[in-house]
Design a protein around this ligand. Sequence first.
Ligand code: CDP
Length: 782
Amino acid sequence: MAVHMHGRIGESIKRKEDGRFLRGKGSYLDDFVLPGMLHMAILRSPHAHARIMSVDTSAASAMPGVIAVVTGDLMAQHKLAWMPTLSGDTQAVLATDKVRFQGQEVAAVVAETKYQAEDARDAIVIEYEILPAVTSPDGAKAAGAALVRDEKEGQKDNHIYHWESGDQAKTQAAFAKAHKVVRLHTFYPRCHPAPLETCGCIADVNGATGKATIYMTSQAPHAIRTVFALVTGLPEQQIRIISPDIGGGFGNKVPVYPGYVVATAASLLIGRPVKWVEDRSENLISTGFARDFHMTGDLAVDEKGKMLALRVHLDSDNGAFFSDAQPSKFKAGLFHIVTGSYDIPTAHVTADGYYTNKAPGGVAFRCSFRVTEASYLIERLVTNAAIELGIDQAEFRMSNFIKPEQFPYTSATGWVYDSGDYPKAMDLALQKLGYDDLRKDVEARRKKGEVTGIGIASFTEVVGAGHGADFDILGLRMFDSAELRVHPTGKALLRMGTKSQGQGHETTFAQIVTEELGIPAADVAVEEGDTDTAPYGLGTYASRSTPVAGAATAMVSRKLREKARKIASHLLEAAEEDLEWEAGKFYVKGSPDRAKTIQDIAFAAYTNLPEGMEAGLEGVHYYDPPNMTYPFGTYAVVVDVDKGTGQVKVRRMVAVDDCGVRINPMIVEGQIHGGLTEGFGIAFMELITFDSDGNCIGSNFMDYLLPTAWETPKFELGETTTPSPHHPLGAKGVGESATVGSPAAYVNAVIDALSPYGITNIDMPIGPDKVWAALRSKGVTE
Ligand code: CDP
């Protein structure tokens, strides 16, 4: 009889970590108080672009409680005024020559209390000579534009990179034969991951041992440790990064920020721990933003509505330093996945990056390195094409989808999609929505003068970076790791190179051990985030944890199961090949009563081993995936627009996701709900923008609008399961699918609603003002 093993794959067990979170017992950075700890406050530039004429710290230095005032010149004396970025550029730690964005770090004060540090910071006097600001790629290209990076040798303009993918000649030839070409120019505006907990660190350099322990809100502690070793010259074993509980990251907590470097240098020089925690405005104004892509897409189709070719150009606004967090090879991230779910024979993608006087750090905000922008462009373009061609949006997608039998499918830009069944996800979404009836209803309502529409997006993602041959960050190959140690009583400790920020890793990764090794999830403690104890890994972002570290967990569990088999054979006095494995035990074929549980075997691993066998039951696995995983889905949205106010109301939102095998379906649904909410925020509310002087608008929650339960629509979820053929469990990542796929679905619904009036595009966020103005421009008033 099969034993029920609590917590196996597919079970929605409750989250193990919630016990401490719900009781207020999580340990977040700001909870840590170390003996003798000092506090640091950072002075930031009020200007977007200005030359620093003088820095006067005398008044600040004399204020009560002040231990040190740190300037760029002081950092320069220690060769720390500049640091390398994740994209191979350089970034100012504290400005020495000029400031290049509003909010840039200029000086810092270290004092006994946070208030003393902030008061003294405000007493630092800086004299600036204001320079003209560059606030867009167009501005960056303009003749006579101010040079943002005048300190870089050989940098004569604001251009950072040119990058291409696909086949230009073949694409041009296909366009020459096209029956119709549909163009969309759209801007995916700058938004911000805005995690609930801001970024910060406590640097504690021990003067006696020289060991630097840095508590940090980092999604990638190991990579940060290596970068720190390279920047500071400290030996890597003398650096310990501890990422405690993290209150949301969404990509924002991947980069190295100047505050970390200054706090560490200050602790090293002063010999006491130094704590720095950003406030909300500092987080929004200066840390890793997302998107800011200006995109133009041309889709060529034949007379039957078959897609022939795609041509895309993008201008990327990278801010003052090129510090995007993405794999080294791909200058525009994974944007060249832009052919999406469609069987487009040829494509050509070009990208140019520009320096501007804006905060640096385009991060993967709940997305796999720019797949969000790519997905948005193709899904918006496909809906616009359907409208222009007079073909139903769903039908146009269906007839151009990559077919299930075409997998593994090589896209025109070289991606090898592992598996997919796009028609199935679409069918389920349409069926849940009642699409055919709704379409008729839309027509009927429009006849009555109502403004209403349906939007569809059938996204394909690319997650699980990645195979080390193609994916690295600063040369570090993007594998990930799991180390599993089974104690004599059969309880286990699983340590990983990833780092949860709320995704429930302590539960789902324990479930993988349950599935593979039969130890109940409750008996598996999962630890992440301490570089002194966890195996080396590249961290958690871009939905890579399950595809990479989840696979490592399965592999290490299997390794231990093989050793367990040998021990069981010894205990049962039966040949290894005569043993059968069944959740949690080995038994002799044909004699189910002659069995040894994994707990019996674990005990024997320390007490009663076969002759010559090494003691213990533990191992480590570094997993370099053979390919990425390609989750997908179809999202469908129904909106009603108020002609009088431009207000958009989301009436329905159906989301069908396929992330292969689901480890914990409840956690997956939670991830999707969160992503759909963030997608809603991006589509309708969230915006970091700048005036012509480069002043940042959106640096507080009065201006940067996050959706609350009040605005957020109800979500109706659906699921299909197409396993990944190369992942040991068939699982694909899911954390960000909904943020990637949903913005286009929301916007497509609005554009469908406005299409009878000839409106073809409104850039996000779609506030009532923009909708009202668009309708009014077409003479629609109420
Ligand atoms: O890298 P990150 O944790 O942000 O993303 P993920 O790998 O997509 O996982 C998000 C959460 O959903 C984790 O707790 C996963 O283990 C869980 N998940 C799952 O239960 N089944 C899947 N097929 C994918 C993710």
